[in-house]
Design a protein around this ligand. Structure first.
Ligand code: FES
Length: 108
């Protein structure tokens, strides 16, 4: 098995319904994970990019969050349609999708 080129960390943390911080799983983190898995397979990236789930990384109000390492690119408030664009533009084309990236102020 070759060494992966990149890792995607997808927050799938959950909290009780009504929790003031919310959580990425309640905002679609699981669907985001499944869409990445489908597309990495379809685009021949399986093995080059490893998918991993993560717990809460802090800025929950910007969820669902996905980080791409070692690029240190953090995506926020993703939809499954955004996943398609990230796979084609960033993971295949090496052009991060800047409009979806977290900004410094999102970290609080
Ligand atoms: S629950 Fe995902 S960042 Fe906090």
């Amino acid at each position: 098995m070759p060494k992966p080129e990149r890792f995607l960390y997808i927050c799938t943390n959950s909290r009780p319904e009504g929790h003031p911080r919310g959580a990425c799983s309640q905002k679609g983190g699981g669907a985001i994970l499944m869409r990445f898995a489908e597309l990495l397979n379809a685009e021949g990236l399986k093995g080059k990019i490893t998918l991993a789930t993560s717990g809460c990384v802090g800025p929950c109000s910007s969820g669902p969050l996905v980080s791409v390492m070692p690029d240190n690119v953090w995506y926020k408030s993703l939809t499954t349609e955004d996943v398609d664009e990230i796979v084609i533009e960033h993971l295949k084309g090496n052009r991060p999708v800047t409009r979806l990236e977290m900004e410094d102020r999102d970290w609080g």
